[in-house]
Design a protein around this ligand. Structure first.
Ligand code: T1G
Ligand code: NAD
Length: 712
């Protein structure tokens, strides 16, 4: 058997002979993305195989954890460099020797398209298959829209492309995306065994392009296309690429393969040229950059094998579930036995409903619940590596809890607070080990919401911050570093754009009009719907707490107070800004609320004026963006991208707009600043342009300039 040394066909793709098999491996860490050098290397490798008579089969492999995670996303928006990936795929498909793609780890987007262009696909345990381009505002642009349906059928291919979610090896086999599952862990060995089998059996090349959708399957395929089109407005509201995906897949039924490829290419270029693609790619990289914080670069995280939670209410229970889901044992401490029982029930309730909805099997529920334990004695937290306090939002109550934690917790334990607004520096000052105190601000429901604000007080140790980020990764949360101020990044900004909404309300817009405008922009809910969901009493308590220190120059709109004084706290009381008859979750407009609004306007001597949807959005977003700039300017957020990630993952900002700071760059900072100046003519106290915004406009810069490393 002849084994020749590896011959680099580029410095990121190597090829070597194993007897009659040409082993082609991509070495382009971290995820073997199909950058231009990889594309050139693959092309050269296939050419070499076709020109070597001794080669009877070709293996395609990825070194490291992944097969290929797709096109190199960083290249999008840059001038295209030859060869295009579609051409590389066509060349692989045209190879005269059987080409086998050996899939371990991820085969995503262009990576799966390379595999689809191969003649055979071997999957190893843990292999993940996906066409996630829609999550980047794109569609599969290297033949995926034409080849995938030819293997899986139209409906399955549509689902893969429209939801973009990965499927495992077993499902891939069932869908004929894979031809063979191998239980081994060594892709090379598994690949060689399969290739040799193909050679011995004289297996032919099998260009996917030659496969047709069976005539008997066409009616169902057309139905699936129609159903997907009908769902566009509902499921993919605001998105550009889903409709293009459907058009491209339809071509499989109506056009010859190469015409279908051309249609796909045109559609891909249209998607590439949309602000959505920029925004979604910004979001992709922003959430990864947000985890790159100075402290994590300077210190390793502490080990966390046992966690503690103080308080088993809404947040304590949700945080417990997030930890149990990640396999982290939890000791919950409550103030008394009935409260502890309530805490335990809150946790069990989440799992019971998941089992009921078939999202979890009973055995797994029981396994997770077995990691939960509870006590009313703080001594039970003596062995905890990290404790999260989630008791009432009251400084005195929290300070007492931290004093207890300081007394019982072992040296080196991380002491965290889930407070929404309170001063973590003051809490840290209450204990003998302020370097171990940090804010871990989860969002409700804590087992669902992905955002985790990691609030960094003055005296905290780097390794404690690093521990917070490591915990976030373990809980599959998106973490953002925030400085200490009233409301940190998210709640602080929310208070300001809510204020802008209240001014619109006082000046003439209805709460329903405002909510609709915000929904049309892409948020799942408007501010008044959110107040009803969270409970008006929480905001009321905050307003009362702030009353003594409120800036007398700022307008105050007491309409929300009028509703709270009536006990109209929202969904939990059956009415708030909306009516929720019979416990329904979708609110109905309430004429009594409009009457109260009118009454308060009259008391304030205000004559209502008309606001268009655009008027409403310009004020709402300008307030959000301006406060975002203040948060960056004051170092509460490291970079504008941290503001974007916070708003995307915690406050429903539409992902296809990239976040408020990215959106501001797209609209133009000068436009936002001009709006603020215009609004300041009526209310100079509220509308004070952020110095950061003014500076960036003066220097002709963007917020994105400040996202670059070393700028934050
Ligand atoms: N291009 C460039 N960089 C990428 C990348 C990609 N495709 N995927 C990941 N990275 C970087 C990422 O920014 C990070 O960098 C590092 O790799 C590790 O990633 C023509 C149009 C593969 C499941 O959408 O889903 O193909 O922060 O932190 O949690 O039809 O990355 O270290 O500097 O996420 O282990 C389609 C995107 C492209 C897959 C690994 N592909 N990637 O997750 O690590 S469009 C995707 C992922 C396309 C064709 C089309 C995940 C992952 P840094 P990570 P991870
Ligand atoms: P909650 O009222 O639902 O639960 C608080 C729990 O703390 C109660 O079960 C109570 O028995 C317990 N508790 C009170 N004092 C205690 C003590 N000394 N020792 C042990 N347990 C004690 O409140 P919540 O909504 O879960 O909020 C908890 C914290 O999380 C607050 O700081 C809040 O601001 C913050 N937060 C809330 C939300 C939200 O949407 N609810 C979101 C993020 C953060």
């Amino acid at each position: 058997m002849t084994t020749s040394p590896q011959r680099p066909t580029s410095d990121v793709v190597t090829s070597r002979r194993e007897g009659p098999v040409w082993v082609v491996t991509i070495h382009y860490p971290p995820v073997n993305a199909l950058g231009v050098d990889v594309r050139r290397g693959l092309l050269a490798a296939i050419e070499a195989a076709d020109h070597d008579a001794g080669i009877q089969a070709v293996l395609l492999l990825g070194a490291g954890r992944h097969f290929i995670a797709g096109a190199d996303i960083r290249e999008f928006g840059q001038p295209p460099q030859a060869p295009l990936l579609a051409d590389v795929c066509n060349r692989i498909e045209a190879c005269t020797k059987p080409v086998v793609a050996v899939i371990h780890g991820s085969a995503l987007g262009g990576g799966l398209e390379v595999a689809l262009a191969a003649h055979y696909r071997l999957a190893l345990p843990g292999a993940q298959f996906a066409l996630p381009e829609v999550t980047l505002g794109l569609l599969p642009g290297a033949g995926g829209t034409q080849r995938a349906p030819r293997l899986t059928g139209v409906e399955a291919a549509l689902n893969l492309m429209l939801d973009g979610k990965p499927i495992g090896a077993t499902k891939a086999l069932a869908l004929q995306l894979a031809d063979r599952l191998d239980s081994g862990v060594d892709p090379v060995a598994a690949g060689l065994a399969y290739a040799r089998e193909l050679i011995v059996s004289r297996a032919p090349v099998r260009p996917t392009r030659d496969r047709q959708i069976a005539a008997t399957d066409v009616p169902a395929a057309r139905q699936a296309l129609d159903a997907a089109r009908a769902a566009l407005g509902r499921q993919y509201r605001g998105l550009f690429s889903p409709a293009r995906i459907i058009d491209a897949v339809q071509a499989v039924l109506d056009l010859p393969f190469d015409d279908g490829l051309r249609l796909e290419r045109d559609a891909f270029l249209q998607c590439l040229d949309t602000p959505q693609r920029q925004a979604l790619i910004h979001a992709f990289f922003a959430e990864r950059e947000a985890a790159k914080v100075p402290e994590a670069g300077r210190a390793q995280p502490r080990t966390v094998n046992h966690a503690g939670i103080v308080g088993g209410g809404t947040m304590g229970a949700g945080i417990a579930v997030a930890m149990l889901d990640a396999g982290l044992p939890v000791m919950m401490v409550e103030r008394d036995a009935p409260s502890l029982a309530r805490g335990q029930a809150n946790v069990a309730k989440v799992y019971d409903s998941q089992v009921k909805r078939g999202r979890l099997d009973a055995a797994e529920r029981d396994r997770r619940l077995s990691l939960w334990s509870g006590a009313t004695d703080y001594q039970a937290l003596a062995d905890a590596d990290l404790v999260v306090e989630a008791v009432f939002e009251d400084m005195a109550v929290k300070a007492a809890v931290f004093a207890e934690l300081d007394r019982v917790c072992k040296p080196g334990a991380v002491l965290a607070s889930n407070t929404s607004y309170l001063d973590i520096d003051r809490l840290a000052a209450q204990v003998s080990r302020p370097q171990d105190v940090i804010g871990l601000h989860f969002f409700s429901p804590a087992n669902v919401m992905k955002l985790l604000e990691i609030v960094v007080p003055d005296q905290v140790a780097d390794e404690v911050v690093s521990t917070g980020f490591a915990l976030a990764r373990r809980l599959k949360k998106i973490a953002v570093r925030a400085g200490v101020c009233d409301g940190f990044i998210g709640n602080r900004m929310m208070a300001v754009y809510r204020q802008a909404a209240d001014y619109l309300l006082a000046d003439g817009a209805s709460p329903y009009q405002i909510d609709q405008a915000v929904r049309h922009f892409g948020f799942p809910m408007g501010p008044y719907q959110i107040m009803d969901l969270a409970g008006g009493d929480i905001g009321w308590a905050t307003r009362k707490r702030r009353a003594a220190t409120r800036d007398p120059n700022l307008r105050y709109v007491p309409i929300a107070d009028r509703l709270c004084e009536r006990g109209w706290f929202g969904q939990k009381t059956g009415r708030g800004w909306y009516l929720y008859p019979d416990g329904s979750r979708s609110g109905q407009e309430d004429p009594e609320v409009l009457a109260i609004v009118d009454q308060e306007r009259r008391k304030l001597g205000l004559t209502p004026r008309l606001f268009t949807e655009e008027d409403i959005l310009r004020r709402y977003l300008a307030a959000m963006i301006n406060e975002g700039a203040n948060v960056v300017r004051q170092g509460i957020a490291l970079r504008p991208l941290d503001v974007d990630v916070t708003m995307l993952y915690g406050y429903g900002f539409p992902r296809y707009r990239g976040g408020p700071m990215h959106y501001a760059d797209q609209v133009g900072l000068d436009v936002i600043l001009a709006d603020i100046h215009a609004f300041a003519a009526q209310d100079p106290h509220f509308w004070q342009p952020s110095p950061l915004l003014v500076e960036q406009v003066e220097r002709g810069g963007s917020f994105n300039d400040l996202n670059r490393p070393g700028q934050g």
